[in-house]
Design a protein around this ligand. Sequence first.
Ligand code: FES
Length: 108
Amino acid sequence: MAKIQFHHFDGSTDILEVPAGTSLMRAAVSNGVDGIVGECGGQAMCATCHVLVHDEYLALLPPISEDEDEMLDCTATERDPNRSRLGCQIEAGGLLDKIAVDLPESQV
Ligand code: FES
């Protein structure tokens, strides 16, 4: 199991325990966490799963693919140069047995 903290724009937090291998987007959508839409179902084609990863986890993330990089230029809330990722492209588990992300003010 892996622990994910979603920090909402209003200051509230949702904490989930999910099976290893679950993407942040899938975890949020499956558990009714507001602030992540996941419109394309995880294909890196919509940017409605934008998250801002807390600094201490950045070194543990998989590299950004070209597709993800392009979609991050299309987020509703402006991309952060270091912390922005697509939640559907990050799986909790393994080295990322815990992770914390901020959710942007808007996804659409
Ligand atoms: Fe569409 Fe992540 S769910 S880009």
